[in-house]
Design a binder for this molecule. Structure first.
Ligand code: OSB
Ligand code: MG
Length: 368
């Protein structure tokens, strides 16, 4: 495949409700839409880096720069084989996984369109609907947290993830657990603790949580190991796992018992599959995380989550949990069994709503 033109759209999209985590508050979510053209066929990918370097050092600004100055020049007009070939060509650019992943997703979309196959079929996904949950941000107070959880319950979400931070952890989570004794419940700290303060989370260990996600720093596999040894509840790593090598080492040292896989964080769908395969081979459950994606990234996440090792519900909620208006014609809805159906048309299975796109673009550039 020879890609002869690539356009980047820097988007800023208002969220229906602000999303607050231990690292900050998102009101308008940014991302970069990658549009690649080959023989008149368009492929789309989403680079999930947000405006601020809170979750990751990557931002929409750094991704824009890295794509423009380094990645696109490598890819444009090259004779590309498969995703592994694409990754090899990009391997001299250190890090910048989200930038690479956006480009790789557009490549997969195009590959599927050329072969007349959905992404799910290209990667041997096995389900046509995948279990999903909802990630609930830190609320103004515990009472409003209860109301928000109740609302999502009413909508049919059978698994809830609560964002926590010091001072908004044990009390909030216990309250939700008391109100919903049977709910599939888990928490995500986004690195807000250190080993000492995380040990104060021990009461969470009695709340039958599915997992505790990323309590400690991104670059701190070792202390996660110390923490996991003191908790019955599974520690899940998100930010810490940026390559398949990290995943292998984290498992070798028992730093976690579950891994959250996000294609953006690990450099693309092909890398996400490698981490899935590694974990599946060792009976380590994985699940698909989310980055408040538009319909583009959401569609790709659904395909990924159809692989057999995705054993917990994903952070892949319905479109209306995030956006009044999305940039895809397709809107994803929650099925009655707390699943979302996996797209089955060629490529990642979406078509762009160009009118909506126009509304949200703050910068655009085309390279040919
Ligand atoms: O840590 O999983 C996270 C959103 C943005 C950045 C990091 C995270 C999240 C979420 C939301 O938890 C998941 C989603 O619904 O897309
Ligand atoms: Mg997380």
């Amino acid at each position: 495949m020879i890609i002869t033109q690539i356009s980047l759209y820097h988007l800023r999209m208002p969220l229906k409700n602000p999303f607050e985590t231990s690292f900050g508050r998102t009101i308008d979510r940014e991302c970069i839409l990658v549009e690649a053209v080959s023989e008149g066929v368009m492929g789309y990918g989403e680079c999930v880096a947000d405006r601020d370097p809170g979750y990751s050092y990557e931002t929409s600004g750094t991704s824009w720069y890295i794509l423009l100055e380094f990645l696109i020049p490598i890819i444009l007009n090259a004779d590309l084989g498969d995703a592994a070939d694409l990754q090899n060509r990009m391997s001299h650019v250190r890090g910048h996984q989200m930038a690479k992943a956006g480009l790789e997703m557009a490549f997969w979309d195009m590959l599927g369109k050329f072969e007349g196959k959905s992404l799910r079929d290209l990667i041997d996904g096995q389900k046509d609907r995948v279990p999903v949950g909802v990630s609930v941000g830190i609320q103004a107070n515990p009472q409003s947290l209860l109301e928000v959880v109740e609302d999502y319950q009413q909508q049919g979400y059978q698994r809830v993830k609560l964002k926590i931070k010091p001072g908004r952890d044990i009390y909030d989570v216990s309250l939700v657990r008391k109100a919903y004794p049977e709910l599939k419940l888990q928490v995500d700290a986004n690195s807000a603790y250190d080993l000492e303060s995380a040990l104060e989370l021990q009461p969470l260990d009695e709340l039958e949580l599915l997992m505790i996600e990323q309590p400690l720093a991104e670059d701190d596999l070792w202390d996660h190991r110390q923490l996991q040894a003191k908790f019955k509840t599974a520690i899940c790593l998100d930010e810490s796992i940026v390559t398949p090598r990290h995943a292998r080492q984290a498992l070798e040292m028992d730093a976690c018992r579950v891994i959250n896989i996000k294609p953006g964080r690990v450099g693309g769908i092909s890398r996400a599959i490698r981490i899935h395969d590694l974990c599946y081979g060792q009976n380590i459950p994985v699940w698909c995380g989310g980055m408040l994606e538009t319909g583009v990234g959401r569609a790709a996440n659904l395909a990924l989550a159809s692989l057999p090792g995705f054993a917990f519900p994903g952070d892949i909620s319905a479109t209306d949990r995030y956006y009044e208006q999305d940039i895809t014609q397709e809107r994803f809805v929650l099925n009655a069994d707390s699943t979302i159906s996996v797209p089955d048309s060629p490529g990642i299975g979406i078509s762009i709503d160009f009118q909506a796109l126009e509304r949200f673009v703050i910068n655009k550039i085309t390279l040919a």
